[in-house]
Design a binder for this molecule. Structure first.
Ligand code: ZN
Length: 224
């Protein structure tokens, strides 16, 4: 074997390794699972809805220039602590926890909500700087989400309202992690208006497509 093919192979491996390292990594966290069903209303069960979206999203991302890691790919219970530990070991550019909301005794609360981690979780100055950076990056990705949500079929065709985009404290998935993250509450199962959207046959596809587009834009506008 001459030297030239060897050099070519080495350069190719180096290049593909560098390329892989520069890839945007997202950790997708479908909420609940197994006996932990989350919100339930009639046939709508939160643990199934979140998994359907996560699996569609995984398919959309397959072969694209974004690494996707899921906290679960089947209907099994995964403790929050274990999800947080996975996030800490993967160190994704962004993690997205997917949930659906419910409201006891009220049916008036409705709409899509996005939460991002707060930035004043510690008085320790080193941690405060990291928290501040994480909150800023999360806000950056959340702003992309909000922008694309307001242009999406979910808002313009299904008329699912956009309610909140806000910092959240005292959520274990934020408190026990350090990566930028967003928690989506993709509608209230207790709201007749939201159920009309969620029960639409295209809802899971459209929601997955929206998150996919958010991730593509986020990978192009990565927060450092
Ligand atoms: Zn939930």
């Amino acid at each position: 074997m001459t030297l030239r093919p060897v050099i070519f192979i080495v350069l190719f491996l180096l290049y593909s390794n560098l390329f892989a390292q520069n890839r945007f990594t997202v950790l997708i966290d479908p909420g609940h699972g197994g006996s932990n069903k989350g919100a339930v209303y009639g046939n709508l069960e939160e643990h199934e809805l979140t998994l359907s979206i996560a699996l569609k999203l995984k398919n959309l991302l397959a072969g694209k220039n974004i690494n996707a890691v899921l906290t679960r790919t089947s209907d099994k219970e995964v403790p929050l602590k274990q999800r947080a530990e996975l996030i800490e070991s993967v160190k994704p550019d962004l993690f997205i926890s997917i949930h659906f909301n419910s409201q006891s005794f009220l049916t008036t609360n409705r709409g899509f909500e996005i939460y991002y981690p707060g930035d004043d979780l510690s008085s320790d100055s080193g941690k405060m700087i990291k928290d501040y950076h994480r909150a800023n990056c999360s806000f950056h990705y959340g702003s992309i989400f909000k922008e694309l949500y307001l242009k999406s079929a979910l808002f313009n065709t299904y008329k699912m309202s956009f309610n909140m985009f806000t910092q959240k404290h005292d959520l274990l998935i934020f408190d026990a992690t350090t990566a930028p993250g967003l928690l989506l509450e993709a509608g209230y199962l207790t709201s007749p208006d939201d159920r009309a959207c969620i029960e639409n046959s295209g809802f899971i596809n459209d929601m997955s497509q929206l998150i996919y587009e958010v991730l593509v834009k986020s990978s192009q506008e990565k927060c450092y």
